[in-house]
Each structure stands twice: as structure tokens, then as C-alpha cells.
Design a binder for this molecule. Sequence first.
Ligand SMILES: *Cc1c(COP(=O)(O)O)cnc(C)c1O
Length: 421
Amino acid sequence: MPHTVIESTPMRAQAAFDVAKLRKDFPILSREVHGKSLIYLDNAATSQTPQQVIDVFSEYYSRYNANIHRGLHTLADEATAAFEGTRHKVRAFLNAEDARQVIFTRGTTEAINLVAQSWGRKNLAPGDEVLISMLEHHSNIVPWQLLAAEIGFTIKVIPVEESGALDMAAYSTLLSERTKLVAVNHVSNAFGTINPVQEMAALAHQHGALILVDGAQAAPHQVIDVQAIDADFYAFSGHKVYGPTGVGVLYGKQALLEAMPPWQGGGEMIKTVSFDVGTSFAAIPHKFEAGTPAIAEVIALGRALEWVESVGINAIGAWEGQLLDHATQAVGRIDGLRILGTAPQKAGVLSFVVEGAHSQDIGLLIDQLGVAIRTGHHCAQPLLAHFGVDATCRASFAAYNTLEEVDRFIEALQRVIGMVR
Ligand SMILES: *Cc1c(COP(=O)(O)O)cnc(C)c1O
């Protein structure tokens, strides 16, 4: 039986985990959909937002809206302090060495594109290899394809086993002195597989390669320690960790970031600009933050991380593990239902197909019963194609989901399957 593995078994945290209480922080959870109370199980696409985070927007725009880093007035000082405050919270959240290694982006996608366009463009050449995995999200595939088409390096793909776990023997074989970068997700959004990124980083480094970890699905569910992983780059998105859309993070090792050229030019990222002697660039992190950033969103991300900390990330991961186990057992009793992704180490993602029923029909009909799940390719078309399907249904869990919601989801699923078969 696949289930989430949390490092320390937080028995005390579980006893203290008060889902009814924390649900009250999420106004959206009390709305209805088609006359039924909403059951939101599409958390791997985006998580819902607690009131504490929503409040940041009205506070910011009604109290201290100002551009950052350049004003000398009170509002600019307050906005800058709040914005930079988030950088320090992210540093702690990732256990990064220094806050200057935290670069704000629009999300995971932009963070990966930054690495491709800045580090990749400078360091990759024909004959070099970039290893990605079969489990990747399109946002960790396409930036490398775009760059490879220009530069002419080779992309190699780490295969998966039948369970959806990465084939680590094949990974070892693929690594060579030609490998310059390994780019893998920490947790698969399509199957929930947790990848052994620490072990993968050690192997990559033995071959002189760097590792970029796409942490979009890991950040909401488990402790992230970029130093323990020894990640060269680590990316995540605000909107999947109870924060707003429009903001994400790239972490990088200091020496790497310092050696990388800027990738976008504009205000904020310069030291001096001159037509005669050229332009010199700001130090990290500002070198990579051209233009006015998403100020309120960054501040709100800080509030979201505070919310996560107040609940406890280990407690959240353990609770989601219970939800996943419960759901996995229940769907296992449904005739003709096949779970995709049964790796021993899984986060709260349940992907499945049902014999004789199109995933899209299931998604549309179950929405009529108030249940939001994802249907489609989950931005992982190569993975689904490998497993011989073009779409799955995916239920994914967050801190605020309950065992009763899982039961209602299963009931609704059984009704819907009865209708379409
Ligand atoms: C969601 C997701 C992304 C892309 O994140 P954006 O917020 O859309 O930039 C990348 N990788 C994984 C594993 C994801 O789940």
C-alpha cells in the first residue's frame, strides 16, 4: 500500500492537528458548487488561500503601496521591509545559507527558465547532456528543449519503473562526464512519487554535474532543506503552498548565482547605467530581479509560509498521508479502477483511470456533485504516454481536506462511474 513517508512520525503533531479549526481560515471552503458544498481536491494544481494571506492585499494597497528599494519615503521603506522580510522567511523555509540566494520569480516555471537562459546559455555546449526524468512537468522539459534547439546539447530522460518510481539504476548509467545538469522534480505532480533527490544530487556531483530540483509539489508537503539535499538550484511556486499566484522562488548556490549573467534587463537589476562605459549590474539577488516585482504577492507569500509554520509542515504531510491512505484503500475497491503511481514513497496525489469511463466525463460529472478533481495530462504528457493513457483523474490533498471529504469523493466517484459505464 503506497503511502506518504514522513521522516519523524509526528504523533504529537497528529494529535494536535485540528483540521476543523484550520478550515476556518479558508473562506472559499464554505462555498457551494452546483448547490453542493465544495470538496476541493485539486491542490496539486493550486492550493486555496487562508484569510491571513488574503488580508495582505487589502492591507498593502490600503496602507503602504509603494515601489521598493528606491524611495526614501515612509511607504517605500515599509514596503521594502515587508518585501525583504519574505526573503528571510524563504531562506529559513528552505534552510538556505543566505537570504541573497533567494530570488523572486513569477513561479517555478520562470525559475527554471531563469536557470536555462542564464546558467544554461553560458555553460552548455554541443556534446553536453542534460538529464531530466520521465516524471517531469512540462515546465522542466520545454525550457531545456527550447535551449537545446538553439545550442545543440542533448537531453536524456531517466526512465520510470512500473510503480512510477524513478529507475535509479538507469540514472546511474546515464550519468557521465558529458552530463552537465540533472533537472528533476522533488515530487511528481502527476503521480505523487517522491524522488530521492539527495541521493541523486550526490551521484550528479560525483560526475561533476549540477542538480536543479523542481520543488513545486514538495514545498507544500515536507520539510525542504536545500543544504541537506545539496541542491545547486531549487524552485517552488507560491500558489501551491497556500500563497498567491504570480510569485515563486529560485534558490541557487551563491557562487553559481554570482557567476551567472543576468537574464532580463531593466530597473532594479543594475548598479549604474551609462551609454559611454556600459552598464554594471547589481549584486545577487537583485541582478535577477529586473523591473518592479509582484510586491504584494511576495509579502503575501511570506504570510503563507508563516501560516504553514503555525500549522507545522510535518503535521501537514502526515495528515495528507492519512488522507491518501484512506482514499487509496477506498478506490482500490472500485471495479476496473487502476491507480497510476504506486511508488513506496508518495505525497498526497492519487492518479487513476477507470475502465470504460473517460477521465474527462468523470471530471465533469463529479463537479456537478461539488467535487473538484483534475482530469487531463497534468502537464506531464510524456509520462502519461509512457503508461499508455492520455489523461487520468487526479485527486490531490491539502492540510484542510478531511476524511469525510474523502468518503464523499469516493461516493460521488462511484455514482459517476455508474452513470457513464
Ligand atoms: C505546478 C508545477 C510546476 C509549474 O509551476 P507554475 O506555478 O505553473 O510555474 C512545475 N513543476 C511541478 C512539479 C508542478 O507541480
